[in-house]
Design a protein around this ligand. Sequence first.
Ligand SMILES: [Mg+2]
Length: 337
Amino acid sequence: MTAGERSRSRAPRPRMELCLPEEAGMQRHDADLVRVQGESLERALVALEGLSVGDAFGETFLRNPGPAVFRLHQREVFPAPWPWTDDTQMAVGMLEVLAAHGRVDQEALARRFAERYEPHRGYGMAAHELLRELRGGGRWEAASRGLFGGQGSLGNGSAMRVAPLGAFFADDLDRVVDEAARSAEVTHAHPEGVAGAVAIAVAAALAWRSRAEPVDPGGFLRAVAERLPDCAVRDGLAEAQKLDASAGAEQAGRVLGNGSRITAADTVPFCLWVIAAHPDSYSEALWSTASALGDIDTTCAIVGGLLALRLGLAAIPAAWREAREPLPAGEWGRRTS
Ligand SMILES: [Mg+2]
């Protein structure tokens, strides 16, 4: 197709390749689309790449529990392929809605999560219940608020998928807070579930803004905490500020939690501590994250998404990107509803 034909064509795009920044060594498969969507979408795609590689890297240790500890100790990755999980699947859905609407349209997001749902991707029990209800035509408001006896979910699922959103709105932190909260509500109505998403989205925006600058660990954690209401996630960030980088990830996991309870408060402070302790190496941070065990795919997805924003795609080991299962073809360029 010539450039002229492309500019005239507004037909639905059946399949979109990832469009990643040229400066990071990536080929632009659809320059027209990049121009239309602009820098926000490019940033979000960088976050998705870091998130999905982290997700897939972390998942290898959960799938192979026997040799996992030895491999973690030796820093020896498992052979390819590395399948991604629910963290990536929901992040793709999130990004598709942002690309189509330029904001979190909660109705569209619920529908996209339901359409993308594949039961074998490692979803938690409550997510299975919720997504099946949505696929059956249930309303997201009632389904989300109805979980856990009407309290809503305080799980880490709203945080694991949200780095691309923080990247998308990185120019406006107030907007990041608002859109992250709206994205969480669709599945995680409990205030802790909302706070977890807000914390990681704000951290993603700050990670993007911090590129080419040294990170002040305490200042980073405080800046995230300042955006949260009084809650357990914020209490965890206060604890994280007391832990020096030299404490090591395993100790940090014991103090802050490592995601093994699958809650936002048990996951988010630890991940942000890792970022503060290892802000300048994607692989060092992910090995460190995984060494604490727990919900490894999710903790690595969160850390990976944030550090790709700070350090760029070139910081992700090329072999890891090749090992990760290819991402689903995203509908970045057309409306999802
Ligand atoms: Mg997962």
